[in-house]
Design a protein around this ligand. Sequence first.
Ligand SMILES: Nc1nc2c(ncn2[C@@H]2O[C@H](COP(=O)(O)OP(=O)(O)OP(=O)(O)O)[C@@H](O)[C@H]2O)c(=O)[nH]1
Length: 579
Amino acid sequence: MNTRPNAWIEPLGHMLDGLGIAMCLFDTQDQTVAWNDTFLRYFPEHEGHVFVGEHYRHNLRRFYLSRLGAEEMAHIDEYIEAGIARHRHQAQPYVFTHSGRELLVSSLPIDGVGRLRLWRLHQDVQQEQAPIMPLPAGSGSPLSLLDRVPNGLMLCDATGRITWVNAAFAHMYRLRDPQAAVGATLAQVFHAAWSRVNAPDADACTQGLQTLGEMLRFTGAPFELTLPGPRYCRVVARPDGAGACLYAHLDITELKRQQALLARAEAAARASAALLERESAILQTTLQTMDQGVAMVNAEGRVEFCNQRVFTLLDLPPEVLQNRPHVEDVIRYQRAQGEFDGLPPEAIAHFQPAGGAPIPPLVVRRRPNGRILEIRSLPVQGGGMLRTFTDVTERHAHQQHMEYLASHDGLTGLLNRSKFMECMGAEVALARRMQSRFAVLYLDLDGFKPINDTHGHAAGDQVLVHVARTLRHVARASDFVARLGGDEFAVLLRGIDRREQALALAQRLSGVLAQPWQIQAQEQALLVCIGASIGLAMYPEHGEDPEALLASADRAMYLSKTGQRAGSLARPLPPRGTP
Ligand SMILES: Nc1nc2c(ncn2[C@@H]2O[C@H](COP(=O)(O)OP(=O)(O)OP(=O)(O)O)[C@@H](O)[C@H]2O)c(=O)[nH]1
């Protein structure tokens, strides 16, 4: 402390140091009178420079020199004059930042002395407290200055009786006026504060009284009290060595609230960590037991993780996937095992994230062991991807079977009508593009019904199967052969340029069908000769679309049928050994 001989200033400065409040006293001529240690702590630029009698102007100059940038420095004199004017007339506290601290500054005029400037950390004054107000003109008692201090202050004599408290103390302990505390002990004031609330917290009150009993007997370490509200205060004792003692009551409610929030956040974090652990255990189990292979490839192309199923689906020995191998190393191993034999290089490019080619989200490939794998690649945030492997062999087979059933005749295995029309559509498009021709034969069996009627449906079925086989045999592999329904068939002859070629084939068909062959009907061997009426249509002259072509061939068949009624015949074979 540096003071002129003003007896009250020195203890005041120390007390304010104890409360973390900086002070600097100026006389009526704005010259420095005294300052405390906290002042030098908050304004280190004055250390070793400030002196008694120094004008506030020089103090301000040092302050601005320590914080102005080069551009603003040109205005330093204006700032200083404004600062002096503010100092003389300041009525309300304000906040500013200095040396990384947010400070609240009050300027209090003191009659006959000058002005006292007080600074404290702004965060402390966020708490509920008696506000720092300027002194009304005429109140010159040094102790009354302490009513402006935001924390509670209490002076006790050697017997522990209160001799003085400030306004903030009265506010904290719900006293009408600070005088009401004088003569009582802190325990009595504390108890009275609790007894004045509607629903007192008996535990907090009892606990507080116990604490007071312990702590006041041996003044020493700071202690905490819970006040109605609840509000929390930290009590710090400063004995004067002669029996009296100053107690500062710091409001730490906000601190407590933040501690409680922190504790809750920590508890929540601990709970979610436990939950995460449990979920990750479930995830691990699921991943290891699931039917799909799952592999995680990181942004560098390394296999970070893969489940057991990947080993079995890809026939990979565990050591290949140990130590986070690069995908390219795994592919090299697979290639050496013949995994990709027969596949074009571009077909495996997608397995290599580093290959440069975009990775298709879905690839289906047949493994050398015949199994079909569906491989999905899903990019993940931050690079890398999640790859899943699903064995779709059965699903694929089932799908193919379903597609076969939907496009083929169940009895003969030939294409059905709708598939035949689809094939003819494709052929029309091709022929149109290539300017080529093709032929369609429409066949209707002659006299088929009597076979059914005489020898039964099973015999008729055998005839239909035989006809289908014959058609398939006579037509080329590239031709489309269909059963349109009942005893009607159709053949699309591809690459036929001339009508005569088609006619020749139709005749050949007729001839082959007409040859007798043997079927088994109702445990009886039958010799069957079947006739067929055949209509012919050529693309494009008889129709330019599938429907027109088929209708044209149908008409031609009808004409042929009405012109010749050869019919079909089934007669029993002579017994074995008969010539
Ligand atoms: N066995 C068997 N018969 C069938 C099947 N589908 C249709 N039919 C029969 O085939 C016969 C076809 O009759 P029609 O067209 O009069 O046969 P058709 O005796 O050859 O007479 P035309 O065609 O006028 O020469 C009918 O008796 C149908 O019941 C089948 O899948 N199996």
